[in-house]
Design a protein. Structure first.
Length: 285
């Protein structure tokens, strides 16, 4: 099947919604609902794969830094699965990254998405980082009640400097929930919904997620690295800070998974019921 690619515009939104409606549970968040915002994002190029004039796939290339690009929002029409569309989307994203003089391109997927993992490996991407997701649904405190945590946020530069010295911590990227970002302080500056906290030699990145159209916080991601002895005390502080939020997700690297087992947190699951493990794939250009 011959594919043609181009950048998408707001005129393509109806076709994107048709593609979105054709997909299964792997269309999360639904690209039909987020496409307009992505197209208007100045640091992301949303592009489409067309077969005989039909939009059969989409992908996005986000510039994280001047030389680091991220392939995201990859979706394939439900009637065109397993026909090479996904491979074409990744190839075109890499081509765009080269044109922008990037030296590194990466993407995220879950380990149970075997097709996405296989495409990346076949194209020379290397799996470099994995985080396991847990979640809890808590009873929300009244909106007027303030948080009771005694922790104060750390400046991003100080937090990332501490992170590099912690046991089994990342050295190049940090998980922010369902994606990763390079360890560059400027990415976290002036973002009130992303804050770092530390207890001794354990660090948490709190990421508050808001609705696409509304300003209300829908859920909170808490990403934890460091010494297992301080994971639960730090996580309890994060829950105190977010007493008005119903859903809290916690993502941890492999060595910390056992710490959350047996707590009131539950393993996150993907569409087939298996554990939600978020993997990072990278390729040097």
């Amino acid at each position: 099947m011959e594919l043609k690619f181009r950048l998408l515009t707001l005129d393509d939104v109806p076709a994107i919604r048709t593609l979105s409606d054709s997909m299964d549970m792997r269309n999360d968040p639904k690209i039909g609902e987020t496409a307009e915002r992505i197209i208007n994002d100045p640091v992301c190029d949303l592009y489409g794969a067309f077969a005989e004039g039909i939009l059969v796939g989409v992908g996005g290339l986000r510039m994280l830094t001047s030389q680091y690009a991220w392939i995201e929002d990859v979706r394939v029409h439900g009637e065109y699965q397993r026909m090479g569309v996904g491979t074409g989307i990744f190839n075109y994203g890499e081509e765009l990254a080269r044109k922008k003089n990037c030296t590194l391109v990466a993407y995220q997927t879950v380990t149970e998405n075997k097709g996405s993992c296989r495409i990346g490996e076949n194209l020379g991407f290397k799996r470099s980082h994995e985080m396991t997701a847990f979640y809890i649904r808590q009873e929300r405190a009244p909106a007027q009640e303030k948080d009771t945590s005694t922790l104060e946020p750390l400046p991003p530069e100080e937090a990332l400097s501490l992170l590099k010295k912690m046991p089994r911590a990342p050295t190049e990227e940090i998980c922010i929930g369902w994606a990763y970002r390079p360890l560059v302080a400027s990415i976290f500056d002036d973002n009130p919904d992303m804050n770092f906290f530390v207890v001794k030699d354990t660090l948490a990145l709190e990421v508050r997620r808001r609705g696409v159209t509304a300003g209300d916080i829908q859920y909170v991601n808490v990403i934890i690295y460091g010494n297992e002895e301080n994971v639960l005390p730090l996580l309890e502080e994060m829950r105190r800070r977010n007493r008005n939020t119903e859903w809290i997700f916690c993502l941890v690297p492999g060595p910390l998974v056992s710490v959350l087992e047996g707590t009131d947190f539950t393993y996150g699951r993907v569409w087939n019921g298996e554990k939600n493990i978020v993997a990072l794939f990278k390729k040097h250009l």
